[in-house]
Design a binder for this molecule. Structure first.
Ligand SMILES: [Fe+2]
Length: 166
């Protein structure tokens, strides 16, 4: 899978901060649903994975926060670049040998059950955008601003049954 980070560490760390948060949220929500439906073992497994993914999210978040500290303009422009490209999850390429739309179907069900929704993506965007707005120059912010529109549009599409932002 090509996450379109172009061997650029800014893009790579931003992508990973989103991806790790997504895996934390989705495993946590799967654990919750498994528990609600009586599968305690699955809930424990997913809960353990979610804890691990939370640690990954924390690590990559600290790295991106540091990038915003030392190079706010470069980081906010990289954030905008990744948002415009859309952040595709690694599961995007999963295939069971028969269903060509396996990920789309999986994604639609995950969205419907609340395991992973476009809101999670939007929350991540809002978190980084608040930091970017407080640190970056007006010129860079103006160049980056359109990316927020991409995020909101993707979230709206997804929340109304369109393509998932994940
Ligand atoms: Fe991870």
């Amino acid at each position: 899978m090509d996450p379109r980070t172009e061997n650029n560490p800014y893009l790579g760390f931003i992508y990973t901060s989103f991806q790790e948060r997504a895996t934390f949220v989705s495993h946590g929500n799967t654990a919750r649903l498994a528990k609600q439906h009586g599968d305690i073992k699955l809930a424990q497994i997913c809960g353990t994975i979610a804890s691990d993914e939370k640690r990954h999210e924390t690590a990559y978040t600290k790295i991106v926060e540091k990038l915003f500290e030392v190079d706010p303009d470069g980081t906010v422009l990289s954030l905008a670049d990744m948002m415009r490209k859309k952040i595709a999850m690694p599961a995007h390429l999963m295939y069971d040998g028969s269903d060509d739309a396996l990920f789309d179907n999986f994604s639609a069900i995950a969205q419907k059950l609340g395991v992973y929704t476009a809101r999670t993506m939007r929350t991540s965007w809002n978190f980084w955008w608040r930091i970017g707005r407080s640190r970056s120059s007006p010129g860079s912010l103006a160049r980056a601003e359109g990316a927020g529109i991409c995020v909101r549009a993707a979230a709206s599409d997804s929340e109304t049954g369109g393509e998932s932002a994940a």
